[in-house]
Design a protein around this ligand. Structure first.
Ligand code: APR
Ligand code: PHB
Length: 392
């Protein structure tokens, strides 16, 4: 069965859902196809830090109301090492802030809006096949095969999606770096022991204290990426957390662990992010290590550029913005790749690191926490460079 639409969007993560909504606000029709069911995408626990620009984008698009009620604005973070905490004051250094609000909450808000608008969003689609040259997308839904013949396709189907692989060999150059560690993340039913995120550097490895709500804490420790979660009973995790966060006069409160998993860490991207009328956005095109909390924010930056470029082409016929989609996005992608790599390198313990490496890390931490110029660099990148900064 054929379905009429202007843009086919594969994937209902933050990238696909926000793109669909921004296009709708500009009067462009789209259909969103998602492989999983609604509950799965709404429950998937991911990161939870929104840059200033991301929160502004959601507000301007009319989907920031619950975020403003339930999220928490943070004006700084703590870097903790050698038993002492050092605050990086975002508000004072940059006039910008971040919002702590779970990614799956953003996804819930966007799904609810899409459904309230009565616009097409299909869950549990199967066998999605993408032909960028036609362009066409075929898929099965509720036992029937369908075909979309849109003007353009947005590949928002994440790192494991199909869109990136629908391009002929040799068109996209892939660059990957695997890190020799992963993050073991837990969600715990306990009031956060901190008001702001704590990034801890410790000789036993990195640890992060993040938050979700007044009663939910999100914590991470650096572990071997090949380690089995079965090796980590809750007591062992808490013990490691206590050690890595140790600071005189400060206590980490424990609570029931309601979710735990180990995630590997990588830097990955493709260049360019487009081929014919297929445009990749979000995790389908790039992955950054989570130390800078950038994944979701980079996806939002991509789809802002893509929505504007698609609208210009579909309403005026001018495709010059679409031609430079990839170039424009990649300027930010590489900046963010650098920042995420830099935060990761400064804070983690590397296997077989020598004393020089350790002293270099310490020198970097001392500099970042004592120099206004260096802490402003961290603050500017963490809260997110303003949109259009690359053209300035
Ligand atoms: N057909 C349809 N949907 C698919 C397919 C497919 N063949 N393959 C994957 N998907 C769906 C996934 O189920 C998922 O819901 O595409 C969606 C991709 O969403 P995300 O992985 O969340 O990626 P993205 O929207 O780019 O979000 C940016 O930032 O913090 C990071 O990794 C985090 O997901 C986050 C990302
Ligand atoms: C999170 O809250 O899940 C989180 C916060 C900061 C990061 C990564 C993850 O750098």
């Amino acid at each position: 069965m054929g379905i009429d639409t202007e843009v086919a969007i594969v994937g209902a993560g933050p990238a696909g859902l926000l793109l669909a909504h921004l296009l709708h606000l500009d009067g462009v029709e789209s259909v969103v196809l998602e492989a999983r069911d609604r509950e799965y995408v709404e429950q998937r626990v991911r990161a939870g830090v929104l840059e200033q620009g991301t929160m502004d984008t959601l507000r301007e698009a009319g989907v920031g109301e619950r975020m403003d009620r339930q999220g928490a604005v943070h004006e700084g973070i703590e870097l903790r090492y050698h038993g002492a905490g050092h605050r990086i004051d975002f508000a004072e250094l940059t006039g910008r802030a971040i919002m702590v609000y779970g990614q799956q909450e953003v996804v819930k808000d966007l799904i609810e809006r899409r459904q309230a608008d009565g616009l097409p969003l299909l869950f549990e689609v199967e066998d999605v096949e993408v032909d960028p040259d036609a362009p066409a997308v075929t898929f099965a839904h509720e036992g029937e095969r369908h075909e979309l013949r849109p003007r353009a396709i947005a590949g928002c189907d994440g790192f494991h999606g199909v869109c990136r692989h629908a391009t002929p060999d040799g068109v996209l150059s892939e660059r990957t770096r695997e890190y020799p560690f992963g993050w073991l993340g837990i969600l715990a039913e306990v009031a956060p022991s901190t008001h702001e995120l704590i990034y801890a550097h410790h000789e036993r490895g990195f640890a992060l204290h993040s938050l979700r709500s007044p009663r939910l804490s999100r914590l991470y420790i650096q572990v071997d990426p090949h380690d089995d979660i079965e090796n980590w009973p809750d007591e062992r995790i808490w013990q490691e957390l206590h050690t890595r966060f140790e600071k005189p006069g400060w206590t980490l409160e424990e609570g029931p662990v309601i979710e735990k998993a180990i995630t590997p860490m990588r830097s990955f991207l493709v260049e360019p992010m487009q081929y014919e009328r297929l445009y990749l956005a979000g995790d389908a095109a790039h992955i950054v290590p989570p130390t800078g909390a950038k994944g979701l924010n980079l996806a939002v930056a991509d789809v802002r550029v893509l929505a504007e470029a698609l609208t210009a082409w579909l309403t005026t016929g001018d495709d010059s913005q679409l031609d430079s989609y990839s170039e424009k996005c990649l300027a930010r992608v590489w900046r963010v790749q650098h920042f995420s790599w830099w935060m990761t390198s400064m804070l983690h313990r590397f296997p077989e690191e020598d004393e020089i490496q350790q002293r270099l890390q310490r020198a970097e931490l001392d500099y970042v926490t004592s120099s206004r110029a260096a802490s402003t660099m961290l603050a500017e990148n963490y809260t997110g460079l303003p949109y259009g900064w690359e053209a300035a």
